[in-house]
Design a protein. Structure first.
Length: 115
């Protein structure tokens, strides 16, 4: 922190440490919340009909309480990270959906849930 302030002072600019803003409304939720269906479609870049059918099935199972939302969320985050950092494809970014569907299917199967 001191080094950063010294560097900024040497350059003629003043840097102040930033802090996260606190919400003044205690009933507001942290961050922007999207419905699960929209989150999965946008975040996984799902646009093929089969992808959309799979996502609809996942959303239905989550809403029915048969598939844990935490399992879906953790698989979603993993798939997005995996698609971004795939060393075999160089700079070309793959759609996260190609990782999400098989991974979630396998994880759900381990819990005895058929997708």
């Amino acid at each position: 922190m001191v080094v950063g302030l010294l560097a900024c002072t040497a350059l003629g600019t003043t840097a102040l440490p930033t802090t996260a803003q606190q919400s003044t409304n205690p009933t507001s939720q942290q961050g922007r919340k999207l419905p699960l269906r929209d989150q999965l479609r946008a975040g996984l870049k799902a646009f093929i009909k089969e992808d959309l059918v799979f996502i609809d099935k996942v959303v239905l199972l989550v809403e029915q309480g048969k598939l844990p939302r935490r399992l879906v969320d953790s698989t979603f985050l993993w798939a997005r990270k995996r698609a971004r950092f795939n060393p075999r494809h160089g700079r070309r970014q793959l759609r996260p959906m190609i990782y999400f569907q098989p991974a979630l299917t396998l994880r759900a199967k381990r819990l005895g849930i058929q997708l």
